[in-house]
Design a binder for this molecule. Structure first.
Ligand SMILES: Nc1nc2c(ncn2[C@@H]2O[C@H](COP(=O)(O)OP(=O)(O)OP(=O)(O)O)[C@@H](O)[C@H]2O)c(=O)[nH]1
Ligand SMILES: [Mg+2]
Length: 271
């Protein structure tokens, strides 16, 4: 699977006028790549944050995130490929934000945050290949320049190689889902997070009744009839991969808000 290395990031940042870092509006803090911030700072390039897939969160949540970042001196913009007004607003922003022509914006971000989809939405037709999961057919393999409107170019790039981290949001983007070595462990962490957001999520979307991560996996395996050939045991590995897929493709409702982040800070603050 082709990722963008940090070395390639610093090479390519040279060629642009501003960076568009794409992070999903569902979980922007986890998806901000601080390594890119450092490179950008060193090279004197501005970062514009796009809060992508904003249709997956309530409108007020995306606006709260926008405000959260603006309070910290970062330009942040809510964007969704299915919200027409957000597309035209972003296009206008790109035209007005840089005066020089031609202007080159560099799209950057972790795998599957919706970079190439932004290009297609701005152009109004499918021009850049896209795909739902890391490494699935259609993921971006090379650096490509796209003309958005006269004088405005966007450079699409492959997802930046995610670091090894405890953050589940980043971990599930490091490799194709079929190649995740311990899908059950990863899915359990993911399920716990989703349950703490809304304990009824799995009942609502899969009609399973347990609220224990491992039991959810087992129940779902029986429900789908995914049993191991030998002892008819539930194939929880396969269910775990399926849940990771459904999370990535937006089927499982989940989002963070600036308030939840500030609450976390409060919890961990020493007295
Ligand atoms: N709901 C929703 N899904 C979106 C949106 N934008 C992109 N997606 C979906 O997100 C998935 C990833 O989109 P891509 O554009 O391929 O993401 P990418 O960041 O270019 O991925 P890589 O090139 O592999 O790094 C696809 O299944 C898209 O259909 C959006 O605004 N809303
Ligand atoms: Mg892409």
């Amino acid at each position: 699977m082709k990722f963008l290395s940090l070395y390639e990031v610093s090479q390519i940042i040279n060629r642009c006028d501003a960076i568009i870092e794409v992070v999903e509006a569902r979980n922007p803090i986890s998806l901000i790549d601080t390594r890119i911030e450092k490179i950008a700072k060193r090279m004197g390039k501005e970062i514009i944050l796009v809060l992508s897939k904003s249709d997956l969160v309530p409108r007020n949540i995306c606006l709260e995130w926008q405000e959260y970042f603006r309070d910290r001196g970062i330009v942040a913009i809510c964007f969704s490929t299915v919200i027409k007004s957000s597309i035209s607003r972003f296009k206008r922003f790109l035209v007005e934000h840089i005066e020089k022509r031609p202007a080159y914006y560099l799209l950057i971000g972790y795998p599957k945050v919706g970079k190439s989809s932004i290009i297609n939405a701005l152009k109004g037709y499918k021009s850049a290949p896209t795909s739902p999961y890391p490494g699935s057919p259609g993921y971006t393999k090379g650096v490509q320049l796209y003309l958005i409107t006269p004088g405005i170019y966007i450079i699409d790039t492959p997802g930046v190689l995610p670091p090894i981290t405890n953050d589940i949001e980043v971990t599930i983007r490091r490799q194709p889902i079929e190649m995740i070595e311990n899908p059950v462990k990863i899915a359990i962490t993911l399920i716990e997070r989703i349950l703490s957001f809304d304990v009824n999520t799995f009942r609502n979307i899969y009609r399973v009744h347990s609220t224990e991560p491992i039991e959810i996996l087992r129940e779902l395996a029986y429900k789908k009839g995914w049993l191991m050939k030998k002892y008819r045991e539930p194939n929880i590995d396969e269910v775990a991969r399926n849940i990771i897929r459904d999370y990535l493709n937006g089927k499982i409702p989940f989002y963070t808000s600036p308030r939840s982040i500030l609450d976390d800070v409060k919890v961990f603050k020493p007295k």
